[in-house]
Design a protein around this ligand. Sequence first.
Ligand code: GN1
Ligand code: MG
Length: 365
Amino acid sequence: MNDHSRLKDIIFQFIEQNEIQVNPLGKGHINDSYKVNSNGNEYVLQRINHHIFKNVPELQDNIFRVTSHIRAKLEAQGETDIKRKVLSLVPAHDGKLYFKDSQGDYWRMMDFISNSKSYDEINSELAYRAGMAFGDFQKMLSDLPGGPLFETIPNFHNMEARLETFRASVKANKAGRLSDREVADLVKEVEARAEEMCKAEQLHRKGKLPNRTNHCDTKVNNILFDEADQVLCVVDLDTVMPGYVLSDFGDFIRSGANTGTEDDEDLDNVSVDLAIFEGYAKGYLQKSASFLTDTEIENLAFGAKLLTYMQTVRFFTDYIDGDTYYKIAYPDHNLVRTKAQFKLLQSLEANFEEMQRIVLQAAGR
Ligand code: GN1
Ligand code: MG
């Protein structure tokens, strides 16, 4: 069976048989996504990477709970364009929110949000709107019924656990990549910051940093905008789970306030764009300052450093392991990503005082 007829077979587990078009969609590093057109309707089909998301039924249940709760809130607010303001899962014919095929792969389907677009590069105004959207998202989920969400990837944004894994990988040196001088130097740079970067877990143990329901993947391209560049909704809900708000602040800055790209080969391109930082901080705090604690606000700028450091460590760990987690486009891709993230971290370190000032001013403190 060729790929196309395999995909068709899967798609008809969710929708009625029809003429369809299927095209690859998006740039995610983990799942595979396709856009499906059928009978005037548009859908997103995704193969869920179940080596990473090991419990697909719980994963889908999280997404169902999150989207149902947001939908109910939007209805109560009198929102009219609900179909474009929150994701809608399309259940399989058997009622399940996923389909497991004969090869053991897991699939899901959603409605495609019509006339929407995402950006990999933005400006300060769009960052401001994205900040409001993620602040709103956290606020809407603050009273999610049914108890905490399932942790779809255990210890996902736990820096202590990430460092433990990193150290085990360095020790195992499975791909033999540590003999390179540049790689060994980067290990030292990671270790030099390790203590500082475990501050969030330390604050949490002291009872000073709460868990909240976070998106945990606030990449700039996980926000959909409409034709007039107004935010429609937040997508990619696989990692919505309990965590520290530093994650949702920090990961947007890491991905959206970089003057270069996540995998820039020219490190001179990479630095923090403070205007975008400020836009996001203002939008996010406009929605969240009322429910965040002083400790959370005082550590948001640190969150930008933390998530950039964490991503450096994650790409680097994958490089040392021999590229088993992230999709790569060429052999040294994970090392290039590691160096670009590390360069961004150095820029965030150099601009830290200014970032702290911007955050406190935006919070009115
Ligand atoms: C992955 O799938 P995608 O591209 O949205 C990763 C994020 C990283 C990001 C780095 C489940 O996100 O945590 O920050 O790559 N998702 C998972 O670009 O590991
Ligand atoms: Mg993702």
